[in-house]
Structures are given as C-alpha cells and as structure tokens.
Design a protein around this ligand. Structure first.
Ligand SMILES: NC(=O)c1ccc[n+]([C@@H]2O[C@H](COP(=O)([O-])OP(=O)(O)OC[C@H]3O[C@@H](n4cnc5c(N)ncnc54)[C@H](OP(=O)(O)O)[C@@H]3O)[C@@H](O)[C@H]2O)c1
Length: 304
C-alpha cells in the first residue's frame, strides 16, 4: 500500500523507519523538503487543493498524520479537517489516521482538557465519514521517555514527563499508585504499519500498550538499575493550583498532563488492548518497561 506520513518530527521518524519494513511504499509530506533524506518527500502547504493533488497524483492510499503545532494548535486542527476532506474527495486515498497519539479518549473524551473541544469536533466528523477507513490511535504515554534523550527521537518535554534524566529526580505526584499505560514509539509505529495492511475493518479507537505501571512502580524500576535516582512528591493541590489560580498557560498545561494520570485517562482499557492485540497485531510483541530499559542498556548510543 502507498502510505503518506505527514510531518517529519519526532514521532514521524519512527513511522518513516518502520512502515517500509511492512511492505508499504512511503511518501512523506512536509512543509519544506529536507535535504539528504533517502525517503520520498513532497512539499505541501496542507491546503485542500494541495493535499488532493498530491494524494491522487502519487496514488497514495493511506494518510497518517504526525502534524502538531504546539505554538498554534488551531492550525493543526484546521489541517486535520482538510486532510479528512482530502480523503473524502480523493479518488484513491480512503484510509486516514489523524495525529493524536493519545490517551483513552473513548472513555475520557473531555481529556486532554486543552484539546478536547477540537478533538471532539474532528471525532464527530470522522464518525460521519462512512466512506473513509479511520481510527483514533491511542497509545497513552510513549514509553521512550524512560530512556536517555540520546536513545530516542522524542525530545525532552521537561516537567511534562515526571523523570528528569539530568538530575535523576523522579516526581511522584499524588499517591503514586495510579496505573497508566505506556507503549514504545517504535511498537506504536509497527502497529500502525500492521493496521494499514490488515483486511479487518478498523475500530473507531485503536488502543495499544506494552505495559501498565504506576509512578511508584516506574521509579522503583529506574532505581533498581541506577540507585542514584531519587524521588520527590507533588500533591494534588500543587497540581490543581495553576488551573485554579490561572497562573500561566505553561503551568496549566503541566497540570492537565498530570490530571491524565490522576483521572485514569492514561490507563487504557486493558480488555480492549488485549482484544485488539489479538485481532490486529497477532505477530507484534509490545515491549514492557523492563524490556525497553534492557534494550537501551544493551545498545548504548542507539535509538531504541
Ligand atoms: N502520547 C505521547 O506520549 C506523545 C508524545 C509525543 C508526541 N505525541 C503526539 O504525537 C504527535 C506528534 O508529535 P511530535 O513530537 O512528533 O511533534 P514534532 O516533533 O513537533 O513534529 C510535528 C511536525 O508537524 C509539522 N508541523 C509543525 N507545525 C506545522 C504547521 N503549522 N503546519 C504544518 N505542519 C506543521 C512539522 O513537520 P515538517 O517540518 O516536516 O512540516 C513537525 O516536524 C502530536 O500529536 C503529539 O501530541 C504524543
């Protein structure tokens, strides 16, 4: 199948590496072609006309988006509606996975709170698009933040992830016993490649996870391998304060991310993860936290 990955950022790197291994032909969409790349690229301004012409001229059958504009989220929202419309109008491209890479938005559609309104509109539009094969891909937290920055394409996201690899301080917020799900980005990319090739109809929500763990459990796993890791605690009141006092959008963003774990929205429905694993990914092994840490230790200096 000819597949377009839109965007060339952190998550895209894994898709670009994994999708061709599953026999798919890859075309990368980008605002500006990057020199020295071995993959096929097409520059686009993501207007509807540009998208339709690229998809149909190149015979693209599936569009997987990794587009994110953290400075101006409404731009990314507009692009995702145009991508859906492009798939509707395209003669060939009838499969579409928008860039969510998200938590359990089936059971917690109000989260992540800063994106919920835009997400709901897109999900509603997708649900009315009977002629398009689509799914909302939910991997909860990408597991790769547990390995050093040099071993992942994902950039550091500061306090949004509770581990600081530089100071080796792990922030346990709340009781630390809330379960949340994690999936390595590479496994998520493999799952996307497998999903693109399946003849099974897609579910509206696809849940993938390699592990379900607590903050305390993750801290213990890190400390067992490196005793210099230390923990500090953060209360629910500290998490809520920036939202209640409306301090700054950055501080509120951190609170919204922490609420994902507090509320259970980061804990993907286990039965559904297992059911979909059997249905769509019977040949795929999803790495656990211990497996990813061991892999990173065994191959220092490589992206795992
Ligand atoms: N669940 C998790 O733990 C987790 C972690 C990380 C990311 N994510 C999600 O994964 C998605 C991708 O994240 P990422 O880290 O890969 O982002 P990223 O590295 O910032 O890449 C996003 C790409 O989108 C394109 N882009 C940016 N602004 C644009 C604009 N205004 N118009 C059109 N294209 C634009 C750029 O590609 P070009 O320069 O090639 O145009 C950019 O490289 C996001 O939805 C993010 O929320 C989830």
């Amino acid at each position: 199948m000819k597949v377009s990955v839109a965007g060339t950022g952190n998550v895209a790197q894994y898709l670009i590496e994994e999708i061709p291994k599953y026999g798919h032909e890859l075309v990368v969409l980008t605002r500006k072609e990057k020199p020295g790349k071995i993959y096929t690229q097409r520059a686009t301004d993501y207007s509807l006309a540009s998208l339709i012409s690229i998809l149909d001229d190149l015979g693209v059958e599936a569009l997987v988006s990794t587009i994110a504009d953290f400075e101006n989220p409404p731009v990314a929202t507009r692009i995702h509606f145009d991508m859906l419309e492009a798939c509707k109008q395209s003669k060939i491209c009838k499969s579409y996975i928008p860039s969510e890479w998200t938590c359990d938005v089936l059971n917690y559609p109000e989260q992540p709170m800063f994106l919920a309104e835009a997400n709901k509109k897109l999900h509603d539009a997708l649900k009315q698009s009977q002629d398009i094969r689509w799914t909302i891909f939910a991997n909860s937290w990408f597991m790769d933040y547990i390995v050093p920055a040099s071993q992942r394409y994902l950039r550091d996201i500061g306090a949004l992830w509770p581990m600081d690899h530089t100071t080796k301080v792990f922030t346990i917020y709340g009781p630390g016993d809330q379960l949340f799900s994690v999936c390595s980005v590479r496994d998520a990319a493999k799952a996307i490649a497998a999903l693109l090739g399946t003849s099974e109809p897609w579910d509206p929500y696809t849940f993938v996870a390699g592990d379900h763990i607590t903050l305390s459990g993750l801290f213990s796993a890190m400390k067992r391998r490196d005793p210099s890791w230390k923990s500090k605690t953060k209360s629910l009141a500290e998490t809520l304060k920036p939202i209640i006092e409306n301090t700054s959008s950055e501080a509120a963003m951190l609170s919204y991310f922490e609420l994902l774990i507090y509320s259970g929205a980061s804990n993907l429905p286990r039965a559904e993860v297992l059911r979909q694993r059997t249905k769509y990914f019977p040949n795929l092994h999803f790495q656990t936290v211990e497996e990813l840490l061991s892999l990173a230790e065994a191959h220092p200096g490589t992206i795992v």
